[in-house]
Design a binder for this molecule. Structure first.
Ligand code: 4AD
Ligand code: MG
Length: 462
C-alpha cells in the first residue's frame, strides 16, 4: 500500500472495462432489491465513485460494515455505468473494511447539517461535499500563488513567525513567552522580560512584511506566504485570529506597479481556479452562491476601478445610503462602506488609494500633501477588503518621524530603519488574505468555513 494507488479522480476518468481498486470513505449506502449501491470518495475530486455490490457477493457481516463514514477498499471491475451523470461504476468483487463507523454515533450523517454544527466537528467535516470542494480550491490557490510568482522570478522567503516588532503598529499581537505566569520576574514593578526565553518581549507575527522588505533590498522581487496572527477581539464572518497571507514586495516599484501586480495576480488566481476547479465551482454555484462563476468570469475580463480615498468618501457621502458608521473624510472605511463601493457603486473590484495617514500603518510612504499615504486596498464584492498594501516610506528621516508620531517605540525597528540608511530603494508590496480570497472564489459566507481549523476569540478547538 502506498501513494501510488489510483485516486478516485483517475478511476472516474479511465476507460472501462478494467480491473480497479478504490480506496476511500463511504458517503452513502443505498440498498435496492438484490443490490447495494455505495458512494465512495477519497477527496481527490468532487464526484463520488459509485460501487455496485450484488447480493451474495459479500457476506452479510461485511455488507453491514459498509456504512457512511467507514473507510474501505473496494476491488472489482470498472464498467460503463448505465446511470446518468457518471461514465463508470465499480462492480465489486471484494471489500476490505479498514475502519468501520458506527451509524448510531457517526456525527456526519445528516444531509443539510448547518455550517455552525459542522464547525463543531471540524475534524470530520472535511469529508463532506462542501469542505472537500473548499479545500481543493484552497489547495489550487496556494499552488497557483507559487506558480505565479515563480514564473515571474520572485524569490520565496520564509519570514519568521516569532517577532519582536509590530508590523501594523496596531498592537493586536499574541505574546510568546515561557515565563511562569504564576510567578513573574519583576523589575521596578514591571515584568522583567529580559528573563524571558528570547531575553525580550516576543510575539506571533501579524505580517511578514518588515522581514520580506529586507529581502526585496537584495533580490528585488520577493514574496512570503505563511500564517499570521492577530489578537483582535472581532468575531465577524471575515476575521480569524490565525490566517494565511501572501505578501509580495518589489524593489524599484511605486504604487502604480504595486496595483498592477495585485490586479494581475488576482486575475491569474481566478483564471487558475476556473480552469482547475470547475466541478467544485459548479457545486458552489448551485448550492452556495448562484453568482459565483459568472462574477469570476466577469472579473477576468474587466479592468479594476482605481479611485482615491477622497473620491471614495465623496461617492459614499452622495450615495443616499444610510450607513451604520458615519462617513466623513478621515473615517476608516467599514465593511459596509467597502461593499457599497465595490458592489453597488462600481460593480467590480476597486482599488482605493491615498488614505489619510492617521488610519494607516506607519510604514506607508507619505504624499506631498502630508495628509495622505500611498496606501492601496483592493475591495471586491461580497467581501470588501481582500488586499492591503502600499508603497513604503523609503526616506530614513521621514520614517523615523512617522514611527514617533505613531507613538511607537523605535527600538524594535532599528534594523527596519537601517534599510533606509543603506541602499534604500523605492519599493512597494501588499498582502492578500488567503481565506478572504477563498471566500471570494467559492462564495462561502463565513471565513471559519474556508480554513481547516479556525482560531477566533474564545475558540481554538482541534
Ligand atoms: O491590510 P493588512 O493588515 O495588511 C498587512 O498586513 C500588510 N503588512 C500587508 C503588506 O503590505 N505586506 O492585511 C492584509 C490582508 C487584508 O486585506 C485581509 O485580506 C487579510 O490580510 N486580513 C485578514 N484575514 C483574516 N482575518 C483577519 N483578522 C485579517 N486581517 C487581515
Ligand atoms: Mg488592511
Amino acid at each position: 500500500m502506498d501513494y501510488r494507488r489510483t485516486y478516485i479522480r483517475d478511476l472516474l476518468d479511465s476507460e472501462p472495462p478494467r480491473e480497479a481498486s478504490a480506496f476511500g470513505w463511504v458517503k452513502t449506502r443505498r440498498d435496492s432489491k438484490g443490490i447495494h449501491f455505495v458512494q465512495v470518495n477519497d477527496g481527490s475530486c468532487f464526484q463520488d465513485l459509485q460501487a455496485v455490490i450484488q447480493e451474495g457477493v459479500l457476506d452479510e457481516e461485511t455488507v453491514k460494515q459498509i456504512t457512511t463514514g467507514a473507510c474501505v477498499r473496494l476491488d472489482g471491475e470498472l464498467v460503463e455505468s448505465p446511470a446518468p451523470g457518471q461514465k463508470v461504476e465499480l462492480q465489486v468483487r471484494s471489500v476490505e473494511v479498514f475502519g468501520p463507523a458506527d451509524p448510531a454515533t457517526y456525527p456526519l450523517q445528516k444531509k443539510g447539517a448547518s455550517f455552525e454544527f459542522l464547525r463543531e466537528i471540524s475534524h470530520l467535516r472535511v469529508r463532506g461535499n462542501t469542505f472537500g470542494a473548499v479545500f481543493r480550491v484552497r489547495n489550487q490557490v496556494s499552488w497557483a500563488t507559487h506558480k505565479f510568482f515563480q514564473d515571474r522570478g520572485f524569490l520565496y522567503v520564509h519570514t519568521p513567525i516569532i517577532s519582536a516588532s509590530d508590523c501594523e503598529g496596531a498592537g493586536a499581537m499574541f505574546m510568546v513567552t515561557t515565563l511562569d505566569l504564576d510567578n513573574l520576574p519583576r523589575i521596578d514593578g514591571k515584568v522583567d522580560f529580559s528573563q524571558d526565553f528570547f531575553g525580550r518581549q516576543a510575539y506571533l507575527t501579524v505580517s511578514g512584511q518588515l522581514n520580506v522588505e529586507c529581502f526585496a533590498e537584495a533580490f528585488t522581487n520577493v514574496y512570503t506566504f505563511g500564517p499570521t496572527f492577530r489578537a483582535e477581539n472581532s468575531s465577524t464572518a471575515r476575521h480569524l485570529a490565525e490566517f494565511w497571507m501572501i505578501e509580495p514586495e518589489q524593489a524599484f516599484c511605486d504604487i502604480e506597479g504595486n496595483m498592477n501586480l495585485a490586479e494581475e495576480y488576482l486575475k491569474y488566481l481566478i483564471g487558475h481556479v476556473l480552469e482547475h476547479c470547475s466541478a467544485d465551482l459548479e457545486f458552489f454555484r448551485q448550492r452556495i452562491e448562484p453568482t459565483v462563476v459568472e462574477t469570476l468570469q466577469h472579473v477576468l475580463t474587466s479592468p479594476f476601478e482605481r479611485i482615491t480615498y477622497t473620491d471614495a468618501i465623496k461617492m459614499l457621502e452622495s450615495s443616499g445610503e444610510s450607513f451604520e458608521f458615519p462617513v466623513f473624510w478621515g473615517c476608516d472605511l467599514q465593511s459596509e462602506h467597502e461593499r457599497y463601493l465595490t458592489e453597488k457603486k462600481i460593480g467590480r473590484p476597486v482599488i482605493v488609494t491615498d488614505y489619510p495617514k492617521e488610519i494607516k500603518a506607519f510604514y506607508m510612504r507619505i504624499n506631498d500633501d502630508e495628509k495622505t499615504v500611498r496606501a492601496m486596498d483592493v475591495l471586491v464584492p461580497r467581501i470588501g477588503e481582500i488586499i492591503g498594501g502600499s508603497q513604503r516610506e523609503d526616506r530614513h528621516d521621514v520614517l523615523l518621524r512617522r514611527i514617533r508620531e505613531a507613538g511607537l517605540d523605535e527600538e524594535p525597528y532599528w534594523w527596519y530603519l537601517d534599510l533606509r540608511r543603506f541602499g534604500s530603494v523605492p519599493h512597494s508590496g501588499f498582502g492578500l488574505g488567503l481565506e478572504r480570497f477563498v471566500m471570494y472564489v467559492t462564495g462561502m459566507k463565513n471565513i471559519r468555513d474556508v480554513v481547516p481549523f479556525y482560531r477566533v476569540p474564545g475558540s481554538a478547538e482541534f
